[in-house]
Design a protein. Sequence first.
Length: 433
Amino acid sequence: MSTLTIFTSVPEQQDQAAVTTVPQGRPIPAVLGADLEVPVKGGKLVGYANLDYAASAPCLEPVSAAVAAALPAYSSVHRGAGYASQLTTARYEQARHTVRAFAGARPDDAVIFTRNTTDATNLLARCLPDGTTVVVFDTEHHASLLPWKQAVRLAPPAFPGEAVRAADEALAGIDGPKLLVVTAASNVTGELWPIAALAHIAHRHGARILVDAAQLVPHRPINLTALDLDYVAFSGHKLYAPFGAGVLLGRRDWLAGGEPYLKGGGAVRAVGHADEGTDWHEDPEPRHEAGTPNVLGAIALAAACDALTATGWTALVKEEERLIARLRAGLASIAGVRELSLWGPAHPRVGIVSFTVDGHSAREVAELLSGEYGIGVRDGKFCAHPFVRHLLGTADGGCEDDTASAVRASIGIGSTQEHVDRLIEALRALAAR
């Protein structure tokens, strides 16, 4: 069997301790900044242990290269006759096809480039038919929880089957257009949601489903067609393409019937005199991409999709599962550290873990990890306030400063065993103080 060497930065800068070998035939691409050094207490420089991928992932080297290659001929897209404009337009539209293939979308699905997942979700909210009722769980990220005019919010389910049952009952009691909104992987716990079963329930009641895949696609493949999903949204900055682009994919009819998300050039076919009105594009892609789009962001997003597809998911998932298992086992071995989970420790998840440390606020823990150990984690409520309060179980989360917050460690391409072990040892030392 061939082996794959995973480097955390440029190969010639590595020592043997920074190399991991897993069975696979294709190399996992490197990330920029893997050799970053940061100051810690006492003025010493240490290699940065980035364990904050769930907030924003670093840029993949192939993504940076794709943007650099596009820059010399960069020009405005669409309607330009010049060579640079034609070439840039071709790259932009090819990015649309690449993202469609990456997500397993249907050939006639719209692919609308947005700023991020929040932007994509708000775009769809603007396009819902009049009277649409949205069913959404209180476990959602605010991007999926807040944009809707008319929503039924469901309590956090005790187990996956309860999520399906609750959605079934809620949708059965709603007349008129309806949309079920659900995450594919929690941004707080990393737990995977039963999106195929939820899609089946939604369609049985004549509803549609929107899946927030922002935390899934950097870790696992998604196939919109196979899962029978109506809409999917995700962000480039979580997919190793931090250039300000996201995407909404899905069925065209609601998107074609909604008001243009932005009104301006590109979204119109013709503008007449004041009494003649405006002829808006019926095609959802130009209709909702008014103005000069983020061409480089779209190219970067497509390059990330290409890089992950070319690598293959076997090696990516295998290495992630190894590291996250090591991290969770280490956390479980420290007295006073509690991992947050909705459905228990055995439920499948991606590389995200949130936890609390007895006697220490989340901000205190995060600042200590950064200042003394060169470790980057996230602390707070992770734009999921109702869910974090539910997981913590008390109004103040057991913290004296009344923050009701937790610490989140998240991994991805470029994460190493040394990063995980450093975090565990730092927390063990903190708990012993």
